[in-house]
Design a protein around this ligand. Structure first.
Ligand code: C5P
Length: 398
């Protein structure tokens, strides 16, 4: 199912050059299944015209309090009724000031005041405006009033200055909104994960690794974060970016991963081993680069610690989840692994085509049966896995 299926978002656009990013946001939300109702201030229409948003959303765009199109003349009331969220992006300094003081002198400010859904705002302004004590006061007031602020980011600004006040990019706003709309079933829970491959050095420039991209691990990191958990990830070498609010510990080898996990373990409620940990490492890494010769080269390998099994066998073990990537006999091997490593849950998948793709096809084995998840992208699957774990930890919450 698409990320925003069945969701209706009211997108408010105020006067700022970042309004062009809102056009891309409407497109992303629409592609993800959302219904988007756009409301613009007069100033916003000087930056991007209403027809652009009408074409991208496929819906009428609202700019005027006195619009006679709604039958009852009450666009300012009707628009947020039944909406899942109202996001103001870009939110200018002027509009934040109006929101903080409850002004209602145009359609957008009136509908914000009359809303019955959560309000989010993505500030966009010059750095001095953002740092101005008046804006600081308004932002503090808005936070106290329960408004969620997304960003701003720091960087180059349209005015040529550099500093804090840039609006987040469309893709970032999309992710933040998706995160915001997830139920916070794991609030107060701490989750530790491993992700990515490990790299076992042979010499200063070579080593043994595998094709794990870290995508499934980081999709789970995000899904746990979005569910309200406090998340720590111990990551092998991977280019995945860290979701905001998540603690990341970078490691290289399996032994470093093991040590980082053990150090982070106290107080964790859930441990998920997603990393494709190398089963073996060279007995000794050469101090200098191994030189080429015509002779055969023998590598002597020794087993690495099994991090997941070690965590799960502790007397104070958290709720432990493992992954089983198998090329055949999935159910038998996955259940066997669950029992052997004393895990609460194993996420099994058949890997005929190697690791590292965008999508995944998995079955959950929890000792009560096999639960195939609908195939989908890794984030959708991660959300389903988190929902299953949540149900097992606390059956009342699902
Ligand atoms: O035994 P196998 O490697 O198939 O088990 C896979 C599961 O165990 C994964 O969850 C993986 O993260 C974890 N694992 C580990 N340490 C190892 C090997 C695997 O934590 N040395």
């Amino acid at each position: 199912m698409a990320e925003f299926s069945g969701k209706r978002i009211v997108l408010g656009i105020t006067g700022g050059v970042a309004a062009y990013k809102a056009a891309e946001l409407v497109r992303l939300l629409g592609k993800a299944g959302a219904t988007v109702d756009v409301a613009m201030t007069q100033a916003a229409t000087h930056f991007v015209g209403a027809p652009t948003f009408q074409a991208l959303s496929g819906r009428p765009v609202w700019t005027d309090l006195w619009d006679s199109r709604p039958n009852n003349g009450m666009a300012h009331i009707d628009l947020t009724r039944g909406a899942d969220a109202c996001l103001i992006a870009p939110a200018s300094a002027d509009f934040l000031a109006k929101l903080a003081h409850g002004f209602a002198d145009d359609l957008l400010s009136t509908l914000c005041l009359a809303r019955d859904c959560p309000l989010l705002a993505a500030p966009a302004m010059n750095r001095q405006m953002w740092e101005n004590p008046a804006t600081r006061r308004n932002v503090a007031q808005l936070r106290a009033d329960g408004v969620t602020l997304l960003g701003p980011a720091s960087g180059e600004q349209a005015c040529g200055e550099t500093g804090e006040g840039r609006m987040l990019e469309a893709a970032e706003l999309f992710d933040e909104l998706a995160a915001f709309l997830q139920p916070k079933r794991l609030k107060g829970r701490r989750v530790l994960l491993t992700a990515g491959p490990t790299f076992e050095a042979l010499d200063p420039v070579r080593g043994i690794t595998n094709s794990s991209s870290g995508r499934m691990g980081f999709a789970l990191v995000r899904a746990f974060r979005d569910a309200g958990a406090e998340v720590t990830v111990v990551a092998g070498p991977t280019s995945q970016t860290t979701p905001r609010g998540v603690k990341r510990i970078d490691v290289v080898s399996a032994r470093e991963m093991r040590d980082a996990v053990m150090a982070a373990l106290p107080g964790q409620h859930v441990f998920v081993g997603v990393a494709a940990v190398a089963d073996y490492r060279p007995v000794a890494a050469a101090e200098h680069k191994i030189k080429k010769s015509d002779a055969h080269l023998r590598l002597e390998l020794e087993p690495n610690p099994d991090i997941l099994a070690e965590v799960a066998s502790r007397p104070d073990a958290p709720f432990c989840v493992g992954f089983a990537a198998e090329s055949r006999n999935l159910a038998e091997y996955a259940e066997g692994k669950r029992a052997a490593k004393k895990l609460a849950l194993v996420v099994g998948n058949l890997v005929q085509d190697g690791l590292g793709g965008d999508t995944n096809n998995v079955t959950l084995f929890d000792g009560k049966g096999a639960h195939p998840l609908p195939p989908g992208d890794k984030l959708a699957i991660a959300r389903d896995i988190v929902a299953h774990i949540t149900g097992m930890i606390d059956p009342c919450t699902v």
